[in-house]
Design a binder for this molecule. Structure first.
Ligand SMILES: [Zn+2]
Length: 153
């Protein structure tokens, strides 16, 4: 009963790059509720279309399950990208240089947007001059190490 009136936290995680608080759905895959809902949907469609339970209803059940799984996966995948800095953790794991390019592009777009001037300042990682020299000495592809990002936003 006490949990009903508890105020839900507005965020449940932080961006790994700019540290801004974010809300990401925890649910990535279908659960028991989704399976029951898909079975009910299949039963209703089977009753309406074929006037009773029909083996074709099982095909509808599988399609409904696939739809639910696809929706949950897409929702999770799209929501993990940070709206403030454009950092994509899933892309960073597979292709860090592409993730760095996306962040640079997003920050450049943000720099040109006049509305961002009045917005919240991003808490981007600080790079010391020595570290900047080390990063410049890295190979051009920057594989596995990210890219140098300007702090002046
Ligand atoms: Zn971010």
């Amino acid at each position: 009963m006490n949990n009903l009136f508890k105020r839900k936290a507005r965020h449940n995680t932080y961006c790994a790059f700019c540290k801004s608080p974010r809300r990401v759905p925890r649910k990535r895959n279908i659960g028991v509720i989704n399976i029951i809902a898909s079975a009910l949907t299949a039963a209703v469609i089977s009753i309406v279309l074929w006037e009773g339970f029909d083996p074709r209803g099982f095909v509808v059940f599988v399609i409904a399950l696939a739809f639910a799984e696809t929706f949950l996966q897409l929702r999770w995948r799209l929501s993990i990208v940070c709206r403030a800095c454009g950092f994509d953790p899933a892309l960073y794991v597979k292709q860090p240089h592409l993730a760095a390019a996306k962040v640079k592009e997003h920050l450049e777009r943000r720099r040109r947007d006049p509305a961002a001037l009045m917005g919240k300042r991003l808490n981007l990682p600080t790079i010391t001059p020595e570290r900047a020299e080390q990063l410049k000495a890295l190979p051009a592809d920057g594989k596995g190490r990210g890219q140098l990002v300007s702090r002046s936003i």
